[in-house]
Design a protein around this ligand. Structure first.
Ligand code: 13P
Length: 287
């Protein structure tokens, strides 16, 4: 009898202990402390810029500066398809990853002018951007197509940087969060993980314009994106997934934007074409 009572007491104590641990662990997750584990990613999207000579010079300059500084962040550069192989050679021995700016969802076949995920891995790419607003607008890409590209890229071993973001008119109409939620739901595959997927929030009106949302607005949207990811993929995955900000990131605004709790790096257009600016952004925001 006495023995049963002692056992019951121990079981009770053990249960209480696990309950307290569980409560603290979920509080920890909910408060986003996980972002300590999210290393910042400084990514350059070179868009349709640079012939071989210029691209090689830029890549060599970025590589040398990354090597000489000990930055606490990851780097990615995404040159146009035509110079991926030449740029790859310049990145040897550095921790800078190489990415493309788009990809087709098919493995191979009759798709004139397109590039498959395996062709990118064959060239040494670890990443590809997909769903950039310039492709959504210029090439009428839909969430459904972007999702197919993501699935194909993931099975080939690529990490996708999936871009989302609202137009100026959508922002003025108060639809920013709804647009981002819909794009997350439509373009991120259900089996996306924090390893194979990075989200880039790029308000379309901020791209190449010198305008940026306020820091408070960026944090609000990034937190809403993480919430939408949690709903779709589970809280643990959402807390580990990197969400980059893109749109007129410059050395003088990077520190503030990248210090926000839900901002895990930047997708940089114009400023990534100048090695000094690209490195200054890393310097100012990856302490
Ligand atoms: P800018 O940095 O030139 O505004 O471009 C952002 C962008 O579109 C990156 O993908």
């Amino acid at each position: 009898m006495q023995r049963n009572k002692t056992v019951a007491k121990h079981v009770f104590l053990l249960e209480s202990y696990f309950l307290v641990c569980y409560k603290y662990a979920s509080l920890y997750l909910q408060m986003g402390f996980y972002n300590m584990a999210r290393k910042k990613l400084i990514a350059g999207n070179w868009k349709m810029n640079c012939l071989t000579e210029e691209g090689v010079a830029l890549a060599k300059s970025v590589a040398a500066k990354v090597k000489e500084n000990k930055f606490n962040c990851d780097f990615l550069i995404c040159p146009p398809f035509t110079i991926l192989a030449a740029v790859k050679k310049c990145l040897r021995g550095t921790k800078i990853a190489l990415g493309a700016q788009d990809v087709h969802f098919a493995e191979k076949g009759a798709h004139t002018g397109d590039i498959s995920p395996l062709m990118l891995t064959d060239l040494g790419c670890g990443y590809t951007i997909i769903g950039h607003s310039e492709r959504r607008v210029d090439h009428f890409e839909t969430n459904e197509l972007i999702c197919k590209k993501a699935v194909a890229s993931h099975s080939a071993g690529l990490t996708t940087v999936i871009c989302i973001g609202e137009t100026g008119a959508e922002r003025d109409a108060g639809k920013t969060i709804k647009v981002c939620q819909d794009e997350i739901n439509g373009s991120v595959p259900n089996d996306a993980t924090a390893k194979n997927t990075v989200i880039a929030y790029e308000p379309i009106w901020a791209i190449g314009t010198g305008k940026t949302p306020t820091a408070a607005d960026v944090q609000e949207v990034h937190a809403a994106i993480r919430k939408a990811l949690a709903k779709k993929l589970g809280r643990a995955t959402a807390n580990k997934m990197k969400i980059l900000y893109g749109g007129s990131v410059k050395p003088n605004n990077a520190a503030e934007l990248l210090s926000l709790p839900d901002v895990d790096g930047a997708l940089i257009g114009g400023a990534s074409l100048k090695a000094d600016d690209f490195i200054a952004i890393a310097h100012n925001s990856c302490k």
